[in-house]
Design a protein around this ligand. Structure first.
Ligand SMILES: O=C(O)CCC(=O)C(=O)O
Ligand SMILES: [Fe+2]
Length: 263
């Protein structure tokens, strides 16, 4: 993989595509797991992020260890280390299907990401500059206009204005092939496309610097026993080596290296 080529594309265009991260067969197996966890949540009426327009499942490794494989990707580790720094972490991870889908337990059509937004951070009425954090997603099915592919506005990662959620902007569509991954600057203006009845499963991850707050407290979500059973790459992504100490009596630095282990 030519890391420098991807980095210059991300800097210039706001995104870059990495081909064949998953095989077609791996995508199909993944989709079976996605549908299964969706059915599980629906049957339990755990539907806070599930709507008739988009079915999002936050941090699916809460429900099935299978999904820990989406926390850390060896293939892009060096790329993310170069884009961010060596202590980069996972900020959030979910599965999203943007499709029209009805189920007696679904109560809303509202989807969190159907309007123009960025996933960057704001200060003083402006968006922080490009390169703060990155969205990494894998298309588990082909993405096109026919199944609500993500829409984006070219070059908006280079400005610091804040998009109007309901603005009518000239935009483009991110067509992707099944099994391909895209890395995009969290400052790029984007939104989920218009859902159709055609399925569009995807893994949506968000990576950032070690000092950025995660969306959720992974250690509390998973419990000590589960966290301790994970390998060091996954633990690192889940902030195990970059959480502040209780006090300076424990230690002074936030970053720790796992004892004797290298990641
Ligand atoms: O589903 C999509 O295409 C967009 C999702 C998104 O923008 C997000 O999760 O922040
Ligand atoms: Fe987003």
């Amino acid at each position: 993989m030519n890391i420098n080529k991807h980095i210059s594309e991300i800097n210039r265009n706001g995104f870059s595509i990495i081909e064949n991260v998953f095989t077609k067969k791996e995508c199909d197996q993944y989709i079976v797991k996605c549908e299964k966890v969706l059915q599980l949540l629906l049957s339990k009426k755990k539907i806070n992020t599930i709507s008739t327009e988009a079915q999002a499942i936050d941090n699916p490794f809460q429900y099935d260890d299978f999904f820990f494989k989406q926390v850390y990707f060896k293939k892009i580790d060096n790329l993310l280390k170069k884009l961010l720094d060596e202590n980069y972490v996972l900020i959030n991870s979910n599965l999203i299907n943007r499709r029209k889908f009805n189920h007696p337990n679904i109560k809303t059509s509202l989807a969190r990401t159907a309007e123009w937004h960025t996933d960057s951070r704001y200060l003083g009425g402006k968006r922080l500059g490009k390169g703060l954090s990155f969205i990494v997603y894998i298309a588990l099915e082909d993405f096109s206009k026919e199944n609500g592919a993500t829409c984006y506005i070219p070059k908006t990662h280079l400005i610091t204005k804040i998009p109007k959620r309901h603005g009518r902007y000239k935009h483009k569509i991110l067509n992707l092939k099944k099994g391909n991954m895209i890395i995009f600057d969290s400052g790029l203006w984007h939104k989920g496309g218009e859902p159709t009845h055609k399925s569009r499963w995807s893994i949506f991850n968000y990576y950032g610097p070690w000092w950025m707050k995660p969306y959720y407290l992974f250690d509390k979500m998973l419990g000590e026993e589960k966290i301790n059973s994970l390998n060091k790459n996954i633990k690192k992504m889940l902030h195990c080596y970059s959480t502040p100490p209780k006090s300076s009596w424990e230690r002074i630095s936030t970053i720790v290296t796992p004892d004797g282990e290298k990641y």
